[in-house]
Design a protein around this ligand. Sequence first.
Ligand code: SME
Length: 163
Amino acid sequence: MFHVASNPHAGKRELYAELAELAQGLLTGERNLIANAANFSALLFHSLPDLNWAGFYFYDGTELVVGPFQGKPACIRIALGRGVCGTAAQARQTQVVRDVNAFDGHIACDAASQSEIVVPLVKADGSLLGVWDVDSPHVARFDEDDRAGMEALCAVFMEHAAG
Ligand code: SME
C-alpha cells in the first residue's frame, strides 16, 4: 500500500487536498482510535516537509496525555491551559505559533522545535478528544494554508474516531 503523498513539492493546498484523500483511504473501515491515530501521524509526518514532530495528545478527563506520534520522545502530560497544546485545548481554537520562543508558556519537548501548529479535536457532542500537534525546526513554517489544511485533515480523522 502507498500511503505517502506522491508529490511533496506540489503547492501547499494541492498537497493538503491529496493528503485528505489519502487519510480518508487510510482510516476508512477502521474505528480503533489508537490504530487510526498512529497511521494518521505517520502519513502526515512522512508527507509534509520540514517537520520534527507530529502527533496526538488525548484528553483523559483531567489533562492531555501523549498519544501516537512520530518524532523524538515527548512530554507525557500537559495541563489544560498550559503550553501551545493546553491553550488550543482550552480555547478550542487552532494555535499557529510562528516562533515558539516568543510564545509565553511554550513547553519545549524537543529543543529543535521552532514553530508549531496545534488543532483541537472536539467530538460531535462538544466534548474534547484531545489535540493534534505538529512541530517544525524552522521559524514560521506554518501559515493560514497550513491551518486550513490541518483543520480539514483533523475533520477527516474525527469522522473516523470511535465514539
Ligand atoms: N510544545 C508543546 C508541547 C508538546 S511538544 O511540542 C510535542 C506545547 O507547548 O504545548
